[in-house]
Design a protein. Structure first.
Length: 431
């Protein structure tokens, strides 16, 4: 399918790309407008991209990192309805939460936590003050800024929704929540544990951070990520297979959203999931019960269950956002890469997601190399992974496999862990 791409002024010192009926704006401010400071660029999502187009923009960036800049627009009209704008001296630190349960992600959690510790150490070694604010009171702002670290990576929680402690409690900071109650539990729909876990945790947990970064066990940190939210607006990764506003999805989406048009759905329902996502604790508390409720309803609805398929929990999340009144959301294609389908400059991303198999074929029948995390769903992944053929050019594939090996070599007694399937010797977190 051919799609016309058009470049023209957007009326606010920027450019916008038209893909069909969707506008993705790369905004630039030269300082001549009072709403922003000079020299900043950011991506503004205005309507849901057609299939693959968020990925298209990421692929065309050629290594340039296009971030939302949290201080570029400070007038109240850009904060989001009912929201506070960022103020000088605000602490933008976020708390990382990774939900987990069962043997399939046991070893993934150890690798995830290792690279969190490694990247946070790099993050904390950065300069201590980042002047991100509008300089209307320069001296006052500079004093406030100097008290805050540039590193926004805060604490870490493994959200364990098995209902009972396990052998990693003393290696990884863990919060145990109840399993789904009887009547909701379904062995064919384990993903429903996720909203129930976040609903419990967001009500019960006491943490110093205002912001939450939701992750999954099969994510690996690449580099420190600043809080890229604009003020308090949630921001997440645009999944190319999330298509809430397509004609094929319109009827089933209207079941849960009411009689919205395609255009209204494009404007109000973003093509993202619950992870990876930056969101305030307050917004998480609002959306979590709705996320659970719609997850349950969708699972029992034959038409919706078929239409949404394996991502029905993700659709439940974005429907929950809509009903919670959280309509201003932003997209960050650089938040995460998904090799082997992504193969860009590593420095363009914050996280690697190894959900897809790495498979390289010499012909249509033989696959001389294949890595798939699902092979290790019921066993512990071995430390000495087989690596791809030397001719494989995808840097992200090599990076992920080497990052895994680095973590497995650093965590003590991995070979014995592989045999016993129990972590008897724990990593002390020292790099």
């Amino acid at each position: 399918m051919k799609t016309a791409i058009k470049l023209e002024d957007d009326g606010f010192y920027g450019r916008k790309y038209q893909l069909g009926q969707c506008w993705i704006l790369w905004n630039y401010c030269d300082g001549s407008n009072s709403n922003c400071t000079a020299g900043h660029c950011w991506l503004k999502y205005q309507a849901t991209p057609p299939l693959g187009h968020a990925r298209y923009f990421a692929s065309k960036s050629r290594g340039h990192v296009w971030n939302h800049h949290p201080s570029t627009r400070t007038s109240s009209q850009h904060c989001g309805k009912g929201r506070q704008c960022e103020k000088p001296g605000d602490d933008r630190s976020y708390h990382i939460v990774v939900s987990a349960q069962g043997e399939a992600v046991h070893w993934q959690m150890r690798i995830n936590y290792y690279h969190y510790k490694k990247v946070k150490k790099q993050c904390q070694a950065q300069p201590k003050c980042e002047m991100r604010i509008n300089y209307y009171h320069y001296k006052k702002a500079k004093r406030a800024c100097a008290k805050l670290p540039i590193c926004h990576m805060g604490g870490y929680t493994r959200l364990l929704h098995s209902g009972k402690p396990d052998d990693l409690m003393y290696e990884i900071p863990t919060y145990v929540v109840d399993k789904l109650p009887e009547g909701l539990e379904d062995p064919t729909y384990l993903a429903l544990n996720r909203p129930y876990a976040f609903m419990q945790w967001s009500k019960q947990a006491v943490i110093p951070e205002k912001y939450i970064f939701m992750m999954e066990p099969d994510h690996i940190w690449v580099r420190p990520m600043p809080n890229i939210m604009i003020n308090d607006r949630p921001i997440g990764y645009p999944f190319f297979y999330m298509e809430p506003a397509t004609s094929g999805m319109l009827k089933v989406m209207q079941k849960f959203l009411g009689p919205l048009s395609r255009s209204e759905i494009e404007q109000k329902v973003a093509p993202l999931g619950s992870s990876p996502m930056l969101i305030t604790m307050g917004d998480l508390q609002k959306v979590a019960p709705l996320w659970l409720a719609y997850g349950t309803i969708i699972h029992k609805d034959v038409e919706a269950n078929k239409a949404f398929g394996f991502v029905k929990e993700m659709y439940a999340f974005i429907i929950g956002l809509y009903h919670a009144g959280i309509l201003d959301t932003d997209l960050s294609p650089e938040m995460m890469a998904q090799p082997p389908y992504d193969n860009l400059y590593m420095g363009a991303y914050y996280i690697m997601h190894y959900t897809y198999a790495f498979e390289y074929r010499e012909d249509a029948y033989d696959a001389p190399y294949r890595y798939d995390k699902r092979k290790y769903a019921h066993v512990i992944q071995p430390r000495n992974l087989t690596m791809p053929p030397a001719g494989v050019q995808n840097d992200q594939v090599w990076w992920v496999l080497n990052a895994m090996k680095e973590a497995m070599n650093a965590i003590p007694d991995w070979d014995q862990y592989e045999k016993d399937k129990v972590a008897k010797k724990l990593w002390n977190g020292v790099l």
